[in-house]
Design a binder for this molecule. Structure first.
Ligand SMILES: Nc1ncnc2c1ncn2[C@@H]1O[C@H](COP(=O)(O)OP(=O)(O)OP(=O)(O)O)[C@@H](O)[C@H]1O
Length: 917
């Protein structure tokens, strides 16, 4: 069977004209074409991938290509699995190295990487590609990308060499929408006064090629409607025509500087699935702006066919101007400067460009730029044969910083290995080195915080932070997020290098750290997986070392047991500065901080603290230091919500924060901190202990990993009736077994049970195997799991849902021709009828068997599979007859729905399942 699947894939791969989502290469389609069950097909496909006989594109749905056929018809794939078609296409050797089609575009590997990926996705879509709309300010490169897309299609043989490219600027027809419509769609003789012959429109003229509609927000509603009919149905009519329909196989690209929502019909936008946003120059990095400057000077040098000597003064100013008309404006400036310099000395072999060559019109602007450079007389020399890459001397300062850091870390490890320093010192010192270097990355030059890629990375890091908070209960503060973002951002540009002779000891260091820092390693593995999945960013050995040390700074293990403390102070950075100084002094992150603007309303402070106590385990206590008497009210606001002792003191000074921090670090009890604070520094203070009952919670945990636990959580939540909102959290089994009752959730909540597939053995907390929920003791278990639910009706619903949903899960792979959910609905009805008419409660285990048995029974009947063997003889008295009647009545709706009749032997079986003692 596996061979059949491979043969089919080979044929389909060979038939593919281009690499892109092809419905014939999905599991779904293979199932339709071969008489094999879906599960089996999936399993074989994955085996074929593991055997390297086919590759998988992990999109939704996933696509499979035969590796051999790929090699013959396209290129040799370098991996077995790809996250997207773009990733696959990037492995095309023609796309690699200097030969990549888009590599001449400035920013192709920086801010425009995403734009180029989107274009590739769009053009490879089967048929005529996906219609795209480029949006972005004037001069960002929309027209350029439209032309490039066309050329790319020709290069990749998606279009013929002779295919037309027709461009239309819709704003030219602003005052004459009718003329625009007639030019686009054509007209027939007599369609309007003056239409004395038939005329082909641009849509038809562009058949087999590309139609680019610039400034398309000028399309009136009628033209938009005509377009979406065309995109929907594939035909259009010329003006004045009512019957004839025309077709055109055209790829349409739209572009606009305007907002989509305000200028287009919703129906129109819906037909353009690919919106490609090109960022303005102000959102690109300084580095990218400088590449543009070199690029345009090189273009001018080519045109003039002579070298240019440009002063640093000019380059610096050009780099720092604001360009409201973006790349186009920058290009014009360079052109103007060159033209001016040339006109002064037209006969010189070499054109020198200094401050005095700046044309009048630009000079004013140039003077607004602050003096940036130190005295620097060096000139940039550009010749007609220069290439931008000549100027990318890759002098990333951060590369040196990180290379240096690796040297220091390896050196420290060597010292430790040779017994020169103690383990504690080497680990501590290494973490401190990493912490300091990472902070330096943020403050390097040339980072534009608006830059698209930086924003993107920041978004991914925030997602990771949420994941960590949710799964490991680790809260990363804002600064940590910024540091991580900048680290990944820097590492996008280069690889950290160490001398070959150090590689062995580096690998030993990594092994040592993975053994020593088990929690951090686990955490980093999750981070690394997420970075790979979301950004295709792979951490290498050096990153692992640096980031493991970085994570130790976050004090993951300790923060779980220690008291928490926050400084709340008014002012731009008062709280954070004091907290930072004290944390540094104590060599540990003890304090969090909240900087409050002077006019901050109390609700905002309360909101922050609510979030804080919700997110962190404060069962060991929370100390809040505030800078105003009025904020003492925080005590009353929090005291009933918090699950540990609370101390609020009105004194924020370095002295009081340090005193508190020292005591927290020494794990002194909160009462002692309270009395020391009030004795040493006269302050207002309030101390209280929680009265609040802990909220109940269920934990799910599975031996096969947190993913399975999360699935189980979803399953349980999905089984709760809407009236009940209950906290259920998925926790990694290993973490649970390691931390036991010290695990924060276990302190904060009243854990009513741990449901899963393996017992973490925690004293005082019942473990309930999933199976038990559907056993005869199920109801009892459910009552204990949901102590706050007293209504028996609700408890019964929960119980019934569990049994039923679990049966559905089990039935899904077994039942092939029936719609399982629908079938289960009928069994529900049957159970209700039996319980109601027979006046009894069926046990969970019987219900569970009934769901499964009845479904396969109906399937057997539909497929005309013979009835099972008769059961051994049993006495069939009056009671038996009554029970059979009950079953027959309960079965009626099901029999009617599936047009089947349940026979005598089957009835006997059912009686056995339902009533047999
Ligand atoms: N990434 C880039 N690399 C090289 N040249 C670029 C790049 N982006 C834009 N340009 C150049 O900048 C100039 C302006 O670009 P283009 O005309 O395509 O912008 P536009 O967004 O279409 O502007 P408008 O909305 O005003 O029509 C062009 O000469 C284009 O070739």
């Amino acid at each position: 069977m596996k061979d059949q699947i491979l043969a089919l894939l080979t044929k389909e791969t060979e038939d593919c004209k281009q690499l892109g989502p092809n419905p014939n290469l999905t599991t779904e389609e293979i199932c339709k074409r071969l008489p094999i069950k879906r599960n089996t097909v999936s399993q074989y496909l994955n085996e074929l991938v593991a055997e390297r006989k086919c590759i998988k594109i992990k999109t939704r749905p996933a696509y499979f290509y035969s590796t051999d056929a790929m090699k013959r018809h396209f290129f040799m794939p370098l991996k077995d699995m790809y996250n997207s078609f773009e990733e696959l296409l990037n492995d095309n050797p023609e796309e690699k190295g200097g030969k990549s089609f888009f590599s001449n575009i400035i920013g192709h590997d920086l801010s425009l990487k995403g734009v180029i990926d989107q274009i590739k996705t769009s053009v490879f879509y089967p048929g005529s590609g996906l219609p795209m709309i480029f949006i972005g300010e004037t001069g960002v490169g929309k027209s350029m990308f439209a032309r490039l897309t066309y050329k790319y299609c020709i290069e990749r043989k998606l279009l013929d060499q002779s295919a037309p490219f027709i461009e239309l600027n819709c704003s030219q027809y602003f005052h004459n929408p009718e003329l625009l419509t007639s030019n686009l769609f054509g007209y027939v003789k007599g369609a309007f006064t003056g239409a004395d012959h038939d005329k082909v429109g641009m849509l038809e003229a562009a058949d087999g090629g590309v139609l680019f509609l610039d400034e398309c927000h000028r399309l009136d509603a009628e033209s938009q409607e005509k377009f979406f009919t065309f995109m929907d149905k594939g035909y259009f009519q010329r003006m004045g025509e009512s019957k004839t329909r025309h077709k055109s196989r055209v790829r349409i690209i739209f572009a606009t500087t305007e907002s989509l929502q305000a200028n287009f019909l919703r129906t129109f936008l819906r037909r353009i699935p690919m919106t490609v946003e090109i960022p303005p120059l102000s959102q690109r990095s300084l580095k990218e702006v400088q590449y543009f400057i070199y690029h345009f000077f090189i273009e001018e040098a080519k045109k003039m066919n002579r070298p240019l000597h440009i002063s640093t003064w000019v380059i610096n100013r050009l780099s720092n101007l604001q360009y409201s008309d973006n790349v186009g404006e920058l290009e014009n400036n360079v052109r103007l400067i060159c033209a001016n310099a040339l006109s002064k000395n037209p006969d010189n072999e070499l054109i020198s460009i200094n401050g005095q060559d700046i044309p009048e019109s630009l000079y004013q602007q140039f003077l607004t730029v602050r003096d940036l450079e130190k005295e620097n007389t060096q000139k940039t020399v550009i010749t007609p044969t220069s290439h931008v890459s000549d100027f990318l001397k890759a002098d990333f300062p951060q590369k040196n910083i990180l290379n240096e850091l690796m040297k220091i870390l390896i050196n420290l490890f060597q010292k430790y290995a040779e017994g020169e320093v103690k383990e504690e010192f080497f680990l501590h010192q290494s973490s401190m080195e990493v912490g300091t270097t990472m902070e330096m990355l943020i403050h390097r030059d040339g980072v534009n915080r608006q830059e698209t890629i930086l924003k993107y990375i920041s978004g991914v890091i925030q997602e990771i932070a949420k994941f960590l908070e949710h799964n490991y209960l680790i809260k990363l503060n804002g600064n940590t997020l910024i540091v991580l973002t900048h680290y990944i951002y820097s590492r996008n540009d280069f690889t950290i290098q160490i001398d070959e002779c150090y590689e062995k000891i580096r690998d030993e260091l990594i092994d040592f750290l993975k053994r020593k820092l088990v929690n951090e390693s686990k955490l980093l593995k999750s981070i690394s997986d997420l970075l790979e999945a979301r950004m295709d960013f792979l951490l290498d050995a050096n990153d692992w070392i640096i980031l493991l040390y970085f994570l130790t700074n976050l004090d993951i293990t300790h923060s779980r047991q220690r008291m928490h403390s926050v400084v709340l102070a008014h002012g731009f950075s008062t709280a954070s500065s004091i907290a930072d100084v004290v944390n540094r002094f104590l060599n540990e992150k003890i304090f969090d901080s909240f900087d409050m603007p002077f006019n901050v309303p109390l609700e905002k402070v309360e909101e922050y603290m609510d979030y804080y106590i919700k997110e962190l385990d404060c069962s060991n206590g929370l100390v809040v230091l505030v800078d105003m008497g009025s904020l003492m009210i925080i005590f009353d606001k929090l005291k009933d919500k918090i699950n540990g002792p609370l101390l609020v003191a009105n004194n924020v000074s370095t002295q009081s924060v340090l005193l508190t921090g020292e005591m927290i670090k020494k794990n002194r009890p909160i009462e002692e901190i309270d009395s020391r604070l009030k004795n040493d520094i006269p302050i207002q203070h309030k101390l209280g202990f929680p009265k609040k009952n802990k909220e109940p919670m269920i934990i799910t945990s599975c031996s096969s990993g947190v993913g399975a636990a999360r699935k189980l959580r979803e399953f349980l939540l999905g089984s709760l009736p809407s009236e009940i909102s209950y906290r259920i959290e998925a926790v990694d089994l290993h973490t649970l077994s390691t931390y036991k009752t010290n695990f924060p959730l276990l302190k904060q909540y009243q854990i009513t049970g741990i449901i899963g597939t393996s017992d973490p053995k925690i004293d005082g907390i019942p473990y309930i195997a999933l199976e038990e929920l559907v056993s005869s003791r199920g109801m009892e278990r459910i009552k204990a799991l949901f102590p706050t639910v007293s209504d028996p009706r609700l408890l019964k619903i929960i119980n019934d849902n569990f049994v039923r949903n679990l049966s559905v899960e089990r039935l899904l792979p077994a039942i092939t021709i029936l719609d399982v959910k629908k079938m289960i609905g009928y069994v529900d009805e049957m159970i209700n009828s039996l319980e109601r008419n027979g006046n009894f409660q069926m046990s969970n285990s019987r219900k569970s068997i009934l769901y499964i048995h009845t479904s396969s029974l109906v399937e057997r009947l539909i497929r005309h599979i013979p009835q099972p063997e008769a059961l051994p003889f049993k006495k069939k008295g009056k009671k038996y007859e009554e029970q059979i009647k009950l079953i027959q009545t309960a079965l009626l709706p099901l029999e009617n729905a599936y047009n089947v009749t349940v026979g005598e032997r089957e009835l006997d079986y059912l009686q056995n399942i339902i009533f047999d003692q």
